[in-house]
Design a protein around this ligand. Sequence first.
Ligand SMILES: Cc1ncc(COP(=O)(O)O)c(C=O)c1O
Length: 504
Amino acid sequence: MTLPRGRPAKRLDRNVTQDDRQARAPYAEALQRNADEGWVRLGVPGHQDQPKHHPALAGLAGPELLAVDIPMFTEGVDLPAPGETSSPLLEALELAAEAWGARRTWFLTDGASQGNHVTCLALRSLSPHAVVQRSVHTSVIDGAILAGLRLEFVQPSVDSVLGIAHGVTAAAVDEQLTAHPGAAAAYIVTPSYFGACADIDAIVEVAHRHGVPLVVDEAWGSHFGFHPELPKSALQSGADLVISSTHKLGGSLTQSAMLHLGEGPFADQLEPLIVRAMTTFGTTSPSGILYASLDLARRDLYLNGIPGIGASIADVEHLREVLNAKGRYADPDPSIHAAPDVIALDPLRFVVDTRSGGVPGYVARRLLEERNRIHVEMATGTCIVGLVGAGSRLDVDYVAAALHDLPEQDLGAHPPIHLPANAPRQMDLRDAYLSPTEIVPAAQAVGRTSADSLAAYPPGVANVLPGELITQEILDFLQDTARSPYGWVRGSVDPAVERLRVIA
Ligand SMILES: Cc1ncc(COP(=O)(O)O)c(C=O)c1O
């Protein structure tokens, strides 16, 4: 059975002039030019491009690394050169905005996490509360704590067998926006960690009908929209604010990311709030190396999008065909597509239902590392998830053979996951985080108010947040997951969840 993976994206209009513009990488070029000029540096960073006197650092990635690690706000790179009005940094930001179809783009040097912190702080100026997907990344919860933003939750769908948390439907967002009028925004995550995409077009329509902007954490979809077989990007669907972890599949260096402001009805209102929040959360020493990597990733995605990403997609598709033809592992795509919120899958991801082939996912992951030096993105009790970055290639024969050589073992029962019900909120999120706390044995934590955010993986949906009641059902779920050979609990005081932090 062949299921649609991406869906045709509306390509940005390309004409010669625009392609010429996008063929430039003004920031990366200016950084290199500055390095080639050979300055006598008497400021920060303290290595001052002296590889001879900092041999260990120079040995890490070659002496060139020090030359491009320039002081912040260098004229002719970050700031306009004397007599100029624009700078390579401003030009690089404009090109990024143009490539993604944004009104304005900001480069981030603290990952998409920074984008979520900035967004939460900006949203708090619009309203005290926002409607948020319960399975948002921890940086959204942290951003809400920092900003004092109250969160009203929309539950994602969960594949209880594969242990996968998906996204939300437009109807679920509609319901919560109706129940909590006057929200600052609707805030969703798509694609999921498994590459499943929610119907952003429909959710934009719902959010705008309620008079609120739609924020999309598109951390895992920075490459979307750059190839006709990839899903549409959130900006192409009309999202108002998009957080993008360019370093994940988009090809820039780890920690570099972008925040995009869409051209929607809320742009005028949001823009000054984002500018201010960027100052609050941004470092005063952004790394030119990270900025340059964003500039180069944008150019590669735009110019090499079709041939480069096409080859990556073809590799993943080929792997899927080989695995399906051999028939040992069941194809999980139909089950993922059956989720009510999923309208497309990222074709650069592959989920292998290893358990159907006699290997638990976490065992498959360990054996692939030990026997084949293959590192996959993640594993649950039932499956592994791999990905191929935009423009990267996959050695299909090697990976398929390694998967097929995995030894079968006796599998115990693997009961489906039943998420415990979220418990009532006892205190405001931020108040709970800032209150005096104590750490108590688990049994004594039942009936108390949590000071921590705890999420059992899989599936990674927060089971309890600061200010929420800890119930026996939640504690049992957390401990059962922590005791399983594949699960873990994010945010726990100890790995076995034998003690919990509660409000004193
Ligand atoms: C949905 C989502 N948003 C945000 C982030 C944070 O991204 P970064 O690691 O770039 O800060 C992640 C990280 O995995 C994520 O999965």
